[in-house]
Design a protein around this ligand. Structure first.
Ligand SMILES: [Zn+2]
Length: 455
């Protein structure tokens, strides 16, 4: 089964996939936009988290777009659920989104036709492996089945039994709050029964992961109001997003997005540093590999965008990624500093996805990361030792005061400590931790007041 899946793939590199996607849409009158900076200008805490984010002013009708049809490759960084990285084959903190957009120009039928044309005739995917979902409707929104989307898929010859209607959670796209919204149609690849749950009901929407989403076509045509109702937007837009790492996993037949061309050299470097041992469970080892390559690629992208690891705002997010990766290195048994040595293999594998100027700046990023890792190394060693010696209470909880001491006195992050303890099957008494934080604040405030009175 696995072999036939492999034979179907075309083995396009990530750079080739990107070029083919963008040139396909350029040839169909889309203007290619440069990737926007990863760090949101004028906002010290935010990164670009979705491919369409830089285009929101056009999609909302607040700004006139440079053209009604747009396409781009956008770098994104999402760190709110960073602890999910490593738990499956495709979750990243940093990633690339390919997209094409219509600002009040083409409609559902045209985007569906173009999408299928690209997947079958440019990427060489087999129609027999594809499934799609459409919005089934929702009485609270006064919307029924998205029949226009169904008709669009049938018109291009998509088999009706593989068009799956799903509800609001899966197929009604919003920004997470009031704003532009609309039904969507997602395209899935069947990874084969080996990845499935075996249920006769297994289809897109099943949690087993057999059906792998590669492209979301969002029909952005409503404004979601604060009261939860919708009104039509002045113009009907199309917003699509295809995760580059996800489509590369499918087209390269790797079974894991962490095994695609972009990460191969960094993985080989890691394997050289930590040849593996029988002592370490393979799942645990694989988890560590994933976290390290994901985090270091994200750090590379962020530092190239001018966000260095540091104390506050978005800089602290990058510091956290470096520290988490450093700790995973210890799990693999790497005691020396190693993180900065992964940056060049990562950058080289990204080829023209990085600009010439960015490639030239890699040595600077290496120095920044090496300094950060060096600063943290001693804290990491002593903190891990401290955590190993911690005795839990009878209920398996560790006193929050202990964790506070570790973070306040040694500088070992509490969330990282909690993660280490969780792996030992222990939990943290967070209310005790919070009390310690408040007590510490009260004492610092008192001493500051005293200081001022004296002054
Ligand atoms: Zn299933």
């Amino acid at each position: 089964m696995k072999r036939s899946v492999k034979a179907m793939t075309t083995g396009l590199s990530s750079v080739q996939i990107t070029e083919k996607y963008l040139s396909f849409f350029r040839a169909r009158n889309h203007l290619e936009l440069m990737s926007s900076p990863l760090a949101v200008p004028g906002n010290s805490t935010s990164f670009i988290i979705a491919g369409m984010q830089p285009l929101l002013p056009y999609l909302r009708g607040e700004q006139l777009p440079p053209a009604p049809r747009l396409t781009a490759l956008q770098r994104c960084l999402r760190t709110d659920d960073v602890d999910m990285v490593g738990t499956n084959d495709y979750k990243f903190s940093g990633f690339h989104m390919l997209g094409n957009w219509s600002i009040g120009n083409y409609g559902k039928h045209e985007v569906i036709e173009m999408a299928l044309d690209l997947l079958l005739n440019v990427f060489g995917l087999d129609l027999g492996r594809l499934w799609v979902t459409v919005f089934t409707g929702d009485p609270r929104l006064h919307l029924g089945l998205d029949e226009e989307a169904v008709a669009g898929w049938l018109r291009v010859g998509f088999p009706p039994e593989r068009i799956v209607p799903l509800g609001r959670d899966d197929n009604f796209w919003t920004t997470g709050g009031p704003g532009p919204s609309g039904p969507c149609s997602e395209i899935f690849v069947d990874r084969g029964p080996a990845y499935g749950c075996g249920s006769a009901e297994c289809r897109p929407g099943c949690s087993c992961g057999r059906f792998f989403e590669i492209w979301n076509l969002v029909f952005m045509e409503y404004d979601l109001l604060a009261d939860g109702s919708i009104v039509p937007l002045p113009q009907r837009n199309i917003d699509t997003g295809m995760g580059l790492e996800r489509i590369a996993m499918v087209l390269q037949g790797t079974g894991s997005a962490f095994a695609i061309d972009l990460f191969q050299a960094a993985r080989e470097r890691l394997q050289m540093l930590a040849p593996g041992s029988d002592r370490l469970d393979k799942t645990r080892e694989e988890h560590a590999y994933k976290v390290i390559v994901d985090h270091m690629r994200a750090v590379l992208m962020a530092v190239l965008a001018g966000v260095e690891p540091g104390r506050d705002g978005s800089r602290s997010v990058i510091r956290r990624l470096v520290r988490r990766a450093a700790r995973q290195g210890r799990i693999l048994g790497i005691d020396e500093q190693f993180l900065s040595s992964l940056l060049l293999p990562l950058a080289q594998a990204h080829g023209s996805l990085l600009t010439m100027e960015e490639h030239e700046r890699v040595p600077t990023v290496e120095r920044i990361v090496a300094r950060e890792e060096r600063m943290f190394a001693r804290v990491l060693t002593s903190g891990l030792k401290f955590l190993l010696q911690l005795e839990p209470k009878a209920d398996g909880q560790v006193a929050g005061e202990e964790l506070f001491r570790l973070s306040a006195e040694k500088g070992f992050p509490a969330d990282l400590a909690a993660e280490v303890l969780m792996e030992r099957g222990l939990s943290v008494d967070w209310s005790g931790y919070q009390r310690s934080v408040e007590e510490h604040r009260r004492v610092s405030r008192l001493s500051a007041e005293k200081h001022f009175r004296r002054g």
